[in-house]
Ligand binder design. Structure first.
Ligand code: GNR
Ligand code: NI
Length: 168
């Protein structure tokens, strides 16, 4: 197992569109295990493969209180069940230190495959609905800062760029 490096905004690699997984082998299993370990190490509730510079449609999520229920989503998609939006203060491991309110549909039907290729669905609301939408955005090269005003986004960008220069 390994803890992987998480890319940070405004890294252009976070803008790549991930491609579907079509081979369900032990390599995929190893990668999802490393992603779960990396998510826990960073104290996140989700991680998209894009964030570790792997441009495949793979997510891991654990929204449990006890942090002992990792869920793996391969080739995830969702349909909106409730168009009504709900607000949530979102953060992102790729935008460290910043939290802003984002509105998203409050209930979605998640469709995905597991590590063996088996299809499953989850009727999601609450934090899981927020998280799956945040994570599938990553697979499409999108970040939560894209929902903010360009002024806010530019401020976040320059603060992070300064941080990156300091630590370079
Ligand atoms: O750890 C995370 N917390 C979080 C809080 C509110 C909304 C979304 C998230 S996802 C984030 C981990 C992450 O960046 N996943 O891509
Ligand atoms: Ni994120």
């Amino acid at each position: 197992m390994a803890i992987l490096e998480i890319l940070e905004f405004p890294d252009p690699r976070l803008r790549k569109i991930a491609t579907p997984v079509n081979v369900f082998d032990s390599k995929l299993d190893d990668l999802t295990k490393d992603m779960v370990e990396t998510m826990y190490d960073a104290q996140g509730i989700g991680l998209a493969a894009t964030q570790i510079d792997v441009h495949k449609r793979i997510l891991v999520i654990d929204v449990s209180e006890s942090k002992d229920s990792p869920q793996v989503f391969i080739n995830p998609s969702f349909e909106i069940i409730e168009e009504e939006l709900s607000d949530y203060d979102e953060g992102c491991l790729s935008v460290p230190g910043f939290y802003e309110t984002v509105s998203r549909p409050q209930r979605v039907l998640i469709k995905a495959q597991d590590q063996t290729g088996g299809a499953f669905e989850i009727d999601a609301s609450g934090i899981l609905a927020v998280c799956i939408q945040h994570e599938t955005d990553h697979l499409d090269g999108k970040l939560f800062v894209d929902y903010l005003s360009s002024l806010k986004r530019q401020r976040i960008r320059s603060k992070l760029e300064k941080e990156h220069k300091k630590s370079a």
